[in-house]
Design a protein around this ligand. Structure first.
Ligand SMILES: Nc1ncnc2c1ncn2[C@@H]1O[C@H](COP(=O)(O)OP(=O)(O)OP(=O)(O)O)[C@@H](O)[C@H]1O
Ligand SMILES: [Mg+2]
Length: 153
């Protein structure tokens, strides 16, 4: 388990870039954390590091969006409006050929792959008016693929 404190939205994107360096097609990443925790912000950094064209935005209404990249397709899923893992399965995600990242993943992706990286983002309880707020990011790698997953600090 890796736990980090991330103070700003920009650092969250930078963390996404570090994570992306270790991702390749076939990888599955699950993101959890309350509304506005910073899940999409993290994916934006992943997209930036992969070199996707344009900016990653929330796929809430399309459910899944594929961003071609030189390192393979990045498939960004928002499972918020899905009610079961079966509905996620119905999207026929190309798990073998893509890097698949799912927001609101808990309870949805566990059956999709034995190897997966689960990332949880928690807001601190102290609400403030500051645009940047501390987040605690907890990463747990499951399966062989993420045995050696590390983040350089
Ligand atoms: N430390 C931080 N890390 C990430 N985002 C932060 C941080 N501090 C402030 N923010 C702000 O919090 C918001 C996070 O929004 P974002 O869309 O990434 O969240 P989300 O978890 O994807 O939400 P949703 O559940 O609606 O999909 C952004 O406006 C971002 O600028
Ligand atoms: Mg989001």
């Amino acid at each position: 388990m890796i736990r980090l404190q991330i103070d700003t939205a920009e650092s969250m994107e930078a963390l996404g870039e570090k994570i992306a360096e270790q991702l390749r097609p076939g990888d599955l990443v699950g993101l959890d954390g309350e509304l506005g925790a910073g899940k999409t912000t993290l994916v934006r950094g992943i997209g930036r590091a992969l070199g996707v064209r344009g900016t990653v935005t929330s796929p809430t209404f399309v459910l899944a969006r594929t961003h071609p990249s030189p390192k393979g397709p990045l498939v960004h899923v928002d499972a918020y409006r899905l009610s079961s893992a079966a509905e996620l399965d119905d999207l026929d995600l190309d798990l073998d050929q893509s890097i698949v990242i799912v927001e609101w993943a808990e309870g949805m992706i566990e059956e999709l792959a034995d190897s997966r990286l689960e990332i949880r983002i928690d807001r601190s309880s102290s609400a403030s008016d500051e645009p940047d707020e501390v987040r605690t990011v907890t990463m747990i790698g499951h399966g062989q693929r993420f045995e050696d997953f590390r983040i350089e600090s």
